[in-house]
Write a protein that binds this ligand. Sequence first.
Ligand code: ATP
Length: 328
Amino acid sequence: MSNSIKKIGVMTSGGDSPGMNAAIRSVVRACAYHKIECYGIYRGYEGMIDGDFVQMDARSVKGIINKGGTILKSARSQTFRTKEGRAKAHEELIKAGIDSLVVIGGDGSFTGAMIFNQEFGFPVMGIPGTIDNDIFGTTHTLGYDTALNTVVDAIDKIRDTASSHNRLFFVEVMGRDVGHIALNVGIAGGAEEILIPEEDLGLDRLVESLRRSKKSGKSSSIVVVAEGDKIGKSVFELKDYVDQNMEGYDVRVSVLGHMQRGGAPSCFDRVLASRMGVRAVESLIAGKSNFMVGLKNDIIDLTPFDQAVKGKSKINMELLRVSDIMSI
Ligand code: ATP
């Protein structure tokens, strides 16, 4: 391994997700292992511009592997979208002697990192941290597995009350562009229908399908709706439509919202974060830059930033069929 890297900066950017702390811990400890200094950058690109850095050693990340959120805080920075903002960020990094970066975040954060690399030739590696799992080049982003478990737990609880009152619940889950969360929790939570951005079921077919399940003896129903579902109506509009077109159900809505981002990371996310952090640091040491670390067939692999940003994460079509069969 080359040893021209002396000081790595690590930051979390964009929306937070469970497992970000485990990834910070991994980056810091991999640096300590390879005798490289490590600096935490607070508040993503915003803190980079302000020079808000803290030196971190192996002990400064104790007790965080099991914590949700991010100890370094996260932010969205408008200033970093400007040339002047990025120049100031570069100046602050150079002043602190930081010579490379690990950015933990989503595709927006990687776009920013890529532009920064193009402008200043600054070595940077990315770790995908977002619950939506909407990044090309990895089958799992950090926080996705935890979010699935959080949402399934919530649906189980909603099911208890739905079946006690013969209710139909529309449960809105995160997923503006991709229906990974909705599709998986829909199957795991026994949903009657799953509405995702990739497929337009149509209002009439939805009502028809709910009527069919009622006829077949079901006394309660759960419909999981991804935020960006193709029908294009809000869950509240869906509720109104079904209310007006179906008899015999008390229709309710539950929007799970930000609770999906929180909580202790699952075992899977902790292990994934640990693997990704080590690979990110060792890739920088090996002279690599402008890549995202990802998981493919249980192997940690690298995808160039431009592909990770431009590519589209796709749902597993087999799950759609399984879900259809399960909701008979
Ligand atoms: P999430 O998936 O949770 O939304 P994200 O990383 O995609 O995470 P964004 O808000 O899109 O979140 O991006 C995070 C930050 O990255 C932005 O606030 C901005 O500072 C920086 N960034 C995004 N796009 C660009 C860009 N085109 N040029 C410069 N910086 C950018």
